[in-house]
Unconditional design. Structure first.
Length: 457
């Protein structure tokens, strides 16, 4: 009598362990699910807000003094979110067991030294590994990645011996469905707004609700002979007569993760008259009535072709007794150039680019408030109206809003339904065929050619 091809007697011990034993498979499943959950969470909170991921990557490139093609950086941000999320899902469902385990290991081989450098050099306030949803210190991020590295090394050795929830015959459908879901969430976050808002200015909150002790700490960036240098508030700022040029003022946190979280959660948006440098925050953001705020955190990157739509929006707002202002991050010279080119009738005020990016994603973007409360936010291009003065344009400004929660719930429900069907079909398929027939069929699959293709045990 011949032994089964899947018999444990045909398997050589690995690291002194029998990979077919119940205990090893149980440990592998636990590691697989925990590691997959971390990857899913990390990938999802980045995918939900691709603008935030893009900004964080740009921060890294800036401190490294690297300049890459902007489109390449954008593609890289989208790809990072998708890869993390897909790896996590595939781990949890036991699909592409070899490929996913090695892919996770390769990703951690890149992330571990990167986060070690971030922990030592501390070039950014937080690494952004969990987006704005969950902020941890740079050292905590590094040690988290050490644990993940150990986990993925184990999976790279033993993952192929554990079972599956979705049979190898259906794993490509799972991959396509997961990729489609992730791309849909990313597209919504990029072209419209994040479907979940983890920032200090969610819809339904007051736009100017400063906490009394929420005074931000600033750093000042100057440039001389092509070299940029940062100065803190306690430093003696350089004299422009010595060749230094003021570049930017950026709100930063005090050292330590507690203060970083505190500053991140506070509303520190301030508006300034760019000519008189007077603080007009309370006058412009508080009070009663409806207001449209045109936000341009990178004025120099706004296409002049968008001025027609912007000016049309102002005309529509004026005809409906809605105040409209512009909030930009730019120098006085850049604002004057913009005014010469676009001839705006709305007043323009300056603000910190970081605050504007926290308020709304997109460049340009629009925020609608009523009595100081944010009712909707949108990128300008996602408002499906080119000429707001067209007779078909709605009179109610709420007609331009969307129900982000409903979109996310419906999209997630559709995706989870597909995955549930794949799991059900997989086990029905298992029950339909004998173990000998299933082993034979699994051998025909190039991705999972091992004789150890068994369902979850």
């Amino acid at each position: 009598m011949h032994s089964s091809p899947s018999s444990s007697s045909t398997i050589k011990p690995i690291l002194g362990l029998n990979p077919e034993s119940f205990s090893v498979k149980t440990v592998t499943w636990i590691i697989r699910l925990l590691t997959g959950a971390v990857f899913i969470f990390s990938g999802f909170v980045k995918a939900i807000d691709p603008w935030g991921t893009l900004y964080k990557i740009e921060d890294y490139l800036a401190v490294m003094n690297l300049e890459l093609w902007p489109s390449l950086v954008k593609v890289g941000a989208f790809a990072l979110c998708a890869v993390e999320f897909i790896i996590g899902v595939m781990l949890c469902f036991g699909t592409f067991r070899r490929t996913v385990a090695w892919g996770a290991t390769a990703l951690m081989c890149f992330m571990l030294p990167l986060t070690l450098w971030i922990a030592i050099a501390n070039p950014v306030a937080d690494c952004g590994c969990f987006g704005d949803a969950f902020i941890i210190s740079n050292w905590a991020t590094f040690w988290k990645n050490v644990v993940l590295m150990i986990a993925v090394i184990w999976l790279s050795i033993f993952n192929k011996y554990a079972g599956w929830l979705i049979t190898p015959g259906l794993q490509w459908i799972a991959l396509i469905a997961t990729s489609g879901f992730c791309i849909a969430v990313e597209a919504a976050g990029y072209f419209y707004q994040p479907l979940m808002d983890f920032r200090p200015y969610p819809v339904g909150s007051k736009i100017a609700e400063d906490t009394p002790d929420a005074e931000p700490v600033y750093k000042f960036i100057y440039e001389k002979d092509g070299v940029k240098k940062e100065f803190s508030e306690s430093d003696d700022l350089p004299d422009e007569s010595d060749g230094w040029t003021f570049i930017d003022r950026v709100a930063v946190s005090e050292p330590g993760i507690e203060s970083r979280i505190s500053v991140r959660n506070e509303k520190t948006l301030r508006l300034w008259d760019y000519e008189s440098e007077e603080d007009v925050t309370e006058e412009m953001l508080s009070g009663s009535g409806d207001k449209l705020i045109l936000v341009m955190p990178e004025l120099e990157k706004v296409s002049i072709a968008s001025t027609w739509k912007i000016n049309s929006l102002y005309d529509w707002a004026s005809s409906h007794d809605i105040d409209m202002i512009g909030a930009v991050a730019a120098t006085k010279e850049d604002i004057e150039t913009w005014e010469d080119l676009s001839m705006p009738e709305y007043p323009i005020y300056t603000a910190e680019d970081t605050n504007l990016k926290e308020l709304v994603r997109g460049n340009p973007a629009v925020v609608f408030t009523r009595d100081g409360v944010i009712l909707w936010k949108s990128t300008l291009r996602s408002i499906n109206t080119n000429d707001f003065m067209d007779s078909a344009t709605a009179d109610n400004p709420m007609a331009f809003s969307r129900n982000d929660k409903a979109i996310l719930i419906n999209t997630s429900a559709l995706y989870l339904s597909v995955m549930a069907c794949l799991v059900t079909f997989s086990f029905l398929f298992r029950m339909r065929f004998s173990p000998r027939r299933l082993i034979h069929d699994d051998k025909a699959l190039p991705e999972e050619s091992s004789s150890h293709d068994t369902p979850a045990q």
